[in-house]
Design a protein around this ligand. Structure first.
Ligand code: HEM
Length: 291
């Protein structure tokens, strides 16, 4: 087993190194795939001190399929007593984390002045030649606002469901027993009675706000709420912050000469979670290594 701090450091380093290799080769980075591989390796390092996947081998999907199968077999009482996280390993958890990172980077590519603001904040707190550490995140309010705003606009899990076993009254509506109620988190995040200018990416609106993502503020529920709230909040939220901060800190992003930010394709695709429909912006992004 690696020491506790080592896992985090190694994971963060891996993410930056993996992206740096691609950037040095002057290839486009598939942010979604890099984030997916990283979240997978973070968990495998935490549990087994090994990397399960490699960004360049395209093996992440195979690993996920194996994990799903293995979890079904081994998450029986004995093994999950030793590894309580095992039953929670679900492809959706990695998808949710990586799609949030992908959207945050996409929105920042479309908004260069916000990207620069976030980079200066990180540079000031972390310094030019160090890697972002988990302890730095607390001192990065603009980064935190960016992540919340990304969750508002692009919650990876768009809908949560509840099944009512008895008649219930909710806000003057009677929900009869045996009803499955679907709550559209994405629609709430874009509701104009709750948010001004809801379709725009404006992290500033959440900068000095008390609204958080832990299920207490019903206008922003990316992790759900109540008894079935996502148990992976601390891990998922931390991974998203660290990955977005590492990307911003380590690389300078720009679109290829002929492409304008407003021309980026921001269509969504519904899979296990909500991902970007096209990675076309990947092919139009030049990444310069700054550190
Ligand atoms: C950005 C990352 C993530 C997001 C946005 C997310 C979102 C969600 C949402 C919306 C739910 C349904 C909650 C409800 O019905 O109220 C859920 C459930 C769940 N999540 Fe996550 N999740 C993320 C990461 C993770 C991670 C990293 C893990 C575990 C390692 C995890 C494990 C679970 C489990 C086990 C459930 C089912 C809980 C239950 O039904 O009682 N999630 N997640």
């Amino acid at each position: 087993m690696l020491a506790k701090g080592t896992v985090k450091k190694r994971w963060c380093n891996n993410f930056v190194i993996m992206s740096t290799i691609v950037a040095i080769k002057e290839e486009a980075v598939d942010i979604g795939a890099a984030a997916f591989t990283t979240s997978l390796n973070f968990l495998s390092n935490t549990l087994f001190s090994v990397d399960f996947a490699d960004y360049e081998s395209n093996a992440s999907q195979e690993v996920i399929e194996i994990i799903s199968g293995v979890v079904g077999i081994i998450a029986k009482p004995n093994l999950s007593d030793f590894f309580p996280m095992l039953p929670a390993i679900d492809p959706q958890a990695f998808e949710a984390t990586s799609s949030t990172v992908e959207w945050a980077i996409a929105d920042l590519l479309r908004n260069p002045e916000k990207r620069e603001k976030a980079r200066s904040e990180i540079r000031e707190v972390v310094g030019q030649h160090k890697l972002v550490q988990e302890s730095d995140i607390l001192a990065l309010p603009y980064l935190k606002a960016i992540v919340k705003e990304t969750f508002r606009l692009h919650p990876p899990v768009t809908t949560v469901s509840r099944y009512y076993e008895a008649d219930v009254e909710i806000d003057r509506y009677i929900v009869p027993k045996n009803t499955l109620v679907l709550v559209n988190i994405r629609a709430i995040g874009r509701d104009s009675s709750l948010w001004s200018n809801p379709e725009s990416f404006v992290p500033e609106r959440l900068l000095d706000s008390e609204i958080d993502v832990k299920g207490q503020h019903f206008e922003l529920l990316p992790f759900g709420t109540g008894r079935r709230i996502c148990p992976g909040i601390p891990l998922g939220d931390r991974m998203v912050h660290l990955m977005v901060a590492s990307f911003l800190h380590t690389f300078d992003w720009k679109l290829e000469a002929r492409m304008r930010p407003e021309d980026m394709d921001m269509k969504e695709k519904l899979g296990i979670t909500m991902h970007k429909a096209h990675s076309s912006w990947n092919q139009n992004v030049t990444i310069l290594v700054t550190n």
